[in-house]
Design a binder for this molecule. Structure first.
Ligand SMILES: CC(C)(COP(=O)(O)OP(=O)(O)OC[C@H]1O[C@@H](n2cnc3c(N)ncnc32)[C@H](O)[C@@H]1OP(=O)(O)O)[C@@H](O)C(=O)NCCC(=O)NCCS
Length: 159
């Protein structure tokens, strides 16, 4: 099973991050990484990370395989972005990255809910998120303007 490590985007890995690409038919599902990093620059609640294979993490210059960004706001950890470079898709990295982001979000004491969203037609994202326990979230604050987007919340396990 693939496992990943996350590293903050800094001056060192910025160029590699903006060089990552999804397939042409996936471009409508996710902002470019340069757009996401610009958004993070002006919004201190956004946390952008490069995704690396855990095995490669200990090499001096590991290759970045994807990008993720979450927002910590109002007791919600909201996963805003997830992309795996087209060369590295369908190897389990997307699932591994979501598992790692969820693990990190659960470490924040202020986070009470973990949520995400995807473009409605994005079946790969829908399958992935549902398989991890996300269910539909009626998010009244977003309104009609965002109706092309489907909001999901991670169901809490009953203990
Ligand atoms: C969605 C995305 C992150 C998945 O990453 P990935 O590394 O390819 O995914 P994984 O190999 O971990 O697969 C996890 C699950 O996702 C689903 N999935 C991934 N690619 C899929 C595809 N092309 N078609 C259908 N389902 C797919 C499957 O349910 C898969 O589980 P399975 O292998 O047991 O069938 C990747 O396709 C991507 O970067 N897409 C473009 C950007 C995007 O849509 N991001 C999500 C924005 S909300």
């Amino acid at each position: 099973m693939a496992t990943v490590s996350l590293r903050l985007i800094t001056q060192t890995n910025f160029n590699e991050c903006i060089s990552l690409k999804v397939a042409d038919n996936q471009k409508k599902f996710v902002a470019t990484n340069v757009q996401s990093l610009a958004a993070a620059f002006v919004n201190p609640t956004y946390h952008p990370f490069g995704i690396y294979d855990s095995e490669a993490h200990y090499q001096a210059n590991p290759s970045m395989i994807g990008f993720t960004m979450y927002e910590l706001i109002d007791a919600v950890g909201f996963i805003l972005r997830l992309m795996i470079d087209e060369k590295f898709q369908r190897k389990g990295y997307g699932r591994a990255a979501m598992i790692e982001v969820i693990r990190r979000l659960k470490l924040h004491p202020e986070v009470e809910q973990i949520a995400t969203s995807h473009v409605r037609e994005n079946e790969a994202a829908a399958r992935l998120y549902e398989s991890l326990g996300f269910v539909d979230w009626e998010h009244e604050l977003r309104g009609d303007e965002y109706s092309g987007e489907r909001y999901l919340i991670l169901q809490k396990k009953r203990t």
